[in-house]
Design a protein around this ligand. Structure first.
Ligand code: PMP
Length: 361
């Protein structure tokens, strides 16, 4: 079957094998005579789907026992609120934010509604073409946490090493690069991400949280905004996004079958290297947005010499069947999102198209 050349930023392409498996099980999940959509979230079948997803994620990311996996709703955007709600205390009353793009700005904006967060470092003046140096990060004694965005989906920059924050919890929005490379989870207080890029469909948000940050005494928080609610109830306090969790479990199994994180990372690197090489060897016909050391392996952002040529590129690309190559509406230009499920062959087709377009223009 012909698959679209889908470079969407999220929701994004899912592995074909996962879609096939879901189709196979669609009308009769595991001999129940029901679709997964029709199962009670209190059934043993669904509980084992959820526990299997947790187990696979823990295995793939090597999550230590000190941390817990929670499944929530509301997207990464709700985590912008939940992080300050749950982590700020009377004594440690401030979140510190490293600004590396629109999403970290939005995260900080939400924290402003609850208190007075501070900027720990910012790449805004550099038009978000880089990640600030770890040495430039500044925090006070009142720091409840340091928040970073590990991959900047819109600008195409990515952290390669992470700040060491000692006793201050490091919080990372990993929406657009979770599961794409190995990460030492023990160094993080909270990791969160919407599933719709590397993990599965939209609708479920994954939170990996250090257990000692889950406060039992936070009963003043609204129930659904309190991490403890999800922890205490194995993410089954209320009806969870059951279909999204099911599909997540299939994506995690697929990732394992592909050789786990190290296998996936190898292919991701090949895909990104190919596209950046095409940009770099184009003699300025294409220029990358991100400075080289900060280039994302997930979102390759570039422009052409002017807006007219960019428009022509995007319209020719569309004619050839490429989907989702336009940059985010806030910055324009072009962006190829090459998450785990994008096959190398699709990146080869794109590189070939970029070369042909250049030679004709
Ligand atoms: N953070 C990052 C890095 C993102 O890329 C996105 C979505 N593109 C978000 C947050 C917002 O996620 P959601 O739509 O799940 O709220």
């Amino acid at each position: 079957m012909k698959r679209a050349l889908n470079f969407n930023a999220g929701p994004a392409a899912l592995p074909f094998e996962v879609l096939e498996k879901a189709k196979e099980e669609w009308l009769n999940y595991n001999g129940t005579g029901m679709s997964i959509l029709e199962l009670s979230h209190r059934s043993t079948e669904f509980e084992s789907v959820l526990n299997n997803a947790k187990r696979l994620l823990a295995e793939l990311l090597d999550i230590p026992d000190t941390h817990e996996v929670l499944f929530l709703q509301g997207g990464a955007s709700l985590q912008f609120t939940m992080v300050p709600y749950n982590l700020i205390t009377e004594e440690k009353k401030r979140g510190y934010y490293v600004l590396t793009g629109v999403w970290s700005e939005k995260a900080m904006d939400e924290a402003k509604k609850l208190g007075d967060p501070k900027t720990a470092a910012s790449a805004k003046a550099m038009n978000y073409t880089l990640i600030p140096s770890i040495d430039d990060i500044q925090m006070g004694d009142d720091a409840a946490y340091l928040h970073i965005t590990s991959n900047n989906t819109i600008y195409g920059t990515q952290w390669t090493s992470f700040p060491v924050t000692g006793s201050i919890p490091l919080v990372a929005d990993m929406s657009s690069d979770i599961l794409s490379r190995p990460v030492d989870i023990s160094k993080f207080g909270v990791i969160y991400g919407g599933a719709q890029k590397n993990l599965g469909p939209s609708g479920v948000t994954v939170v990996i949280i250090k257990k000692d940050l889950i406060r039992e005494d936070a009963s003043h928080l609204p129930t659904m905004l309190n991490y403890h609610t999800y922890y205490k109830n194995n993410s089954l306090y209320n009806t969870p996004p059951s279909f999204a969790i099911y599909l997540l479990s299939l994506v995690l199994q697929w990732t394992k079958d592909k050789g786990g994180i190290s296998g996936i990372e190898k292919i991701n690197r090949q895909k990104a290297d190919l596209l950046y090489k095409t940009i770099d060897e184009s003699e300025g016909f294409y220029s990358g947005h991100a400075e080289k050391p900060f280039r994302s392996h997930m979102n390759v952002t570039f422009t052409l010499k002017n807006e007219e040529m960019t428009k022509k590129f995007l319209s020719f690309a569309k004619e050839e069947g490429f989907i989702g190559l336009n940059g985010h509406r806030s910055i324009g230009g072009c962006r190829a999102s090459i998450y785990n499920a994008i096959p190398l062959a699709h990146c080869e087709r794109l590189a070939d198209f970029m070369l042909r377009f250049k030679s004709r223009n």
